[in-house]
Ligand binder design. Structure first.
Ligand SMILES: Nc1nc2c(c(=O)[nH]1)N[C@H]1C(S)=C(S)[C@@H](COP(=O)(O)OP(=O)(O)OC[C@H]3O[C@@H](n4cnc5c(N)ncnc54)[C@H](O)[C@@H]3O)O[C@H]1N2
Ligand code: MOO
Length: 410
């Protein structure tokens, strides 16, 4: 695609024909499980053990045969002989037979022959016997030996993002190392004659670089990503070409801020075309319309629109999925965080899919959202936003409608 102007496609086409076609990184590294939270698992991990592995009491009390307690009440207690005491971390030697009980702590090994536990509050020990004042069913007040995790079960799947539950499970199974995909390396290039560093005392018409510094800090929060701002250049085709070339040497993805439109000094498409191919220029979304999707040396090179709100929306909708895809994550497309009741009216108009920044809160027990107004050249629409909502082309919103909401997280 080298045409001068944009040819717009729906967002889904970008996902289908661009993002999904990118090849995930294949290099893996082995990490200590304690360091792997948030990384993408590169193997199916199977449990080598069954947990808890033994029937385990869930209360302090007595291990019994349930049938011995049937009909027991305060008036007609069951009286059982106390055969001994379970010690934590030790298997009880011997077996319970009918008419017997063993004192047991929470988490203790339920002796063979016992199939339930009675809470201590429903008992009274008298000499070497115990009175039981409540009946228990078989299996009550214990965890069965294979109730939690079974040997051979997959506990983390390849392509899953490792969460705290995985870490906990792996460590509990004695698995302390795990294969993960290496981090995705992202280069971010800032362009624009008017752009100066945030530290600068600027001229009235200059703009401090909010886009790229913010994006880099945001991306570096994600455990599977390593982002760096590799260049800040003026609007010049040759400088852009050499910055992209340089960035491609050591990175998996190159992101260019600004210059994505069709103005005289918008060089993103030209630079990408001279080093590779522009697959798409323009999507039917607002904000974010002039996003550029290129491929150079087999790597995604993304031109994000410079307007602040457009830059944020395009990063969230396209860059994040691209990074997840490259990182080897199975589910890489945006997933709504939930449904929210919209408090505002939005007029139905235009053919583009529209996105609105929203503030989410709870009111009368329901999750609600208010739309933060403002056009894409502004910072304020996302300053206090929790996320965005999407409006299909041509649709409006009536106050009180329920809509999907995408939270600004990874
Ligand atoms: N004739 C047309 N003009 C434009 C179209 C169009 O279809 N036809 N699309 C408009 C839309 S929509 C968008 S969005 C913008 C995208 O423009 P660019 O990506 O080329 O961005 P720039 O022109 O470089 O900058 C736009 C705006 O953003 C500010 N900016 C740039 N970089 C940063 C930064 N790092 N931090 C903060 N702000 C930044 C820049 O100063 C400009 O004010 O194109 C429309 N034009
Ligand atoms: O897409 Mo532009 O981002 O409409 O302002």
């Amino acid at each position: 695609m080298t045409g001068r102007y944009m040819k717009f496609v729906p967002r889904e086409e970008i996902y289908e024909n661009y993002v999904k076609k990118l090849s995930p990184i294949s290099t893996v590294e082995i990490l200590d499980v304690r360091e792997a939270l948030g990384r993408i698992c590169a193997q199916d991990v199977l449990s080598g053990e069954t947990l808890p592995g033994f029937n385990k009491s869930t209360f302090d009390g007595y291990a019994v045969k349930a049938e011995d307690t049937f009909g027991a009440s305060f008036e007609t207690p069951a009286v059982l002989k106390v055969k001994g005491q379970v010690e934590m971390g030790k298997a009880f030697k011997g077996e319970i037979t009918s008419g017997e009980a063993v004192k047991i702590p929470t988490g203790g090994f339920v002796p063979n022959g016992a199939d339930a536990c009675v809470m201590i509050e429903s008992t009274k020990e008298i000499g070497d016997t115990v009175e039981i004042y409540a009946e228990v069913r078989p299996g009550e007040n214990l965890v069965r030996y294979d109730e939690d995790i079974r040997e051979g079960e997959i506990v983390v799947e390849k392509g899953e993002r490792i969460n705290f539950g995985h870490v906990y499970t792996l460590l509990s199974l004695g698995i302390t190392t795990i294969k993960v995909f290496r981090k995705v390396k992202v280069a971010v290039i800032s362009t624009g004659d008017e752009i100066v560093e945030p530290e600068s005392a600027k001229e009235l018409t200059q703009i401090r670089d909010g886009n790229t510094h913010t994006l880099v800090s945001w991306l570096n929060l994600f455990p599977g990503v390593e982002a760096r701002r590799t260049a800040q250049i003026v609007d010049d085709l040759n400088s852009l070409i050499s910055s992209i070339k340089e960035a491609l040497k050591d990175n998996d993805v190159v992101v260019i801020s600004g210059g994505s439109s069709v103005g005289e000094k918008d060089f993103t498409t030209k630079a990408i075309s001279s080093l590779g191919e522009v697959r798409y220029h323009g999507t039917w979304i607002k904000p974010g319309k002039p996003t550029v999707f290129g491929v150079c040396d087999g790597k995604p090179v993304l031109g994000l629109p410079g307007k602040p709100s457009s830059f944020i929306v395009s990063s969230y909708l396209f860059l994040f999925p691209i990074l997840k895809r490259l990182a080897g994550q199975k589910d890489f497309l945006p997933v709504p965080a939930g449904m929210v009741k919209i408090e505002d009216e939005v007029e139905a108009k235009m053919r583009r899919e529209r996105f609105f920044f929203v503030k989410v809160f709870k009111k009368d027990g329901k999750m609600c959202a208010t739309i933060i107004p403002g056009q894409s050249m502004l910072i304020s629409p996302f300053r206090k936003a929790d996320g965005i909502i999407a409006l299909p082309p041509g649709e409006g919103i009536k106050a009180g409608e329920i809509r999907e909401y995408y939270r600004f997280d990874w």
